[in-house]
Design a protein. Structure first.
Length: 283
């Protein structure tokens, strides 16, 4: 099958892109890396009247340290995140997770902003930015606004992004000296979307362990575990009560790829792996 007919225009700046979105209305669609949109067009799952190409907007690319915050442009590619020294130093969770995203050909084209805007429940970036307490910077005709990642994802392929708005950047606090990060997922094949996964942030002397599950609900699911409880149960070799607590709120749906029970089992296994990993690093 081929895509339905559409018009195409390249935006030269954020302002230009917003003008084009306003002029075309709700039937317009933004394309950047196109790694999710192009298959949807060809399957006619998406049939926009116009594609607005933002891939050439330089101001939407790059990584910049601003005080104690890290700003990542929406058009920064997965491959760039994987190898960027500022991300490796100040947001290492993103560097770790990038290895799990699809394959090199897709990582070389796909963008973090595109992934966040799509909000696939099995994608890695929504869970990661939620674990980091990042903010999503959104531009529209009335200016720029910030949305906490925990509030941005509202359901399957649904985000806090109004018609005519555009993700311009991700703003995240830099990692603290006592923080460590972990990531794990299970997929049918290397590079497939996850059946279940976890992005985690560990603060042994502070907030404790944040687990953000993905692939098991319609949006990232956050569970916070107290540091003392994590250390106590892990060192006593009695993780079962802690794992019960971690997955208590999860209720995955059945689908053609995995049953609800299997996804829940995987989530529990992954939580155990993450806890063992972070506690060993704190020893």
């Amino acid at each position: 099958m081929k895509a339905a007919r559409f018009d195409y225009e390249r935006a030269t700046s954020v302002v230009h892109a917003l003008e084009l979105l306003k002029a075309e209305g709700a039937d317009a669609c933004v394309i950047a890396g196109g790694q999710s949109l192009l298959p949807a067009l060809n399957a006619r799952v998406s049939s926009p009247s116009k594609l607005i190409d933002i891939a050439g907007i330089a101001e939407l690319r790059g990584v910049e340290l601003r005080g104690d915050r890290l700003r990542i442009g929406a058009l920064t590619r997965h491959a760039d995140i994987l190898r960027h020294p500022l991300i490796a130093r100040h947001a290492p969770l993103l560097s770790i997770a990038a290895h799990h995203i699809a394959h090199p050909a897709i990582r070389n084209r796909g963008t973090i902003g595109g992934s966040l805007a799509l909000a696939d429940p099995a994608a890695e970036w929504p869970a990661c930015v939620t674990a980091l307490d990042a903010e999503i910077l959104v531009a529209g005709q009335s200016g720029e606004r910030r949305v906490a990642a925990r509030d941005f994802f509202q359901g399957i392929f649904t985000v806090d992004l109004a018609p005519g708005e555009l993700i311009v950047a991700i703003d995240a606090p830099i990692a603290g000296a006592d923080e460590t990060f972990a990531f794990d997922e299970v997929a049918r094949r290397r590079g497939d979307f996850a059946i279940a996964g976890i992005a985690a942030r560990w603060r042994p002397s502070g907030a404790g362990l944040r687990l953000v599950f993905f692939g098991v609900a319609d949006r990232p699911q956050t569970v916070d575990l107290a540091a003392a409880a994590v250390l106590q149960h892990a060192r006593a070799g009695a993780l079962a009560p802690l794992l019960d607590q971690a997955v208590a709120g999860l209720d995955p749906a059945d689908d053609p790829f995995a049953s609800s029970a299997y996804r829940l089992h995987l989530a529990r296994i992954l939580a155990g792996r993450i806890i063992a990993r972070v506690v060993e690093g704190s020893a």
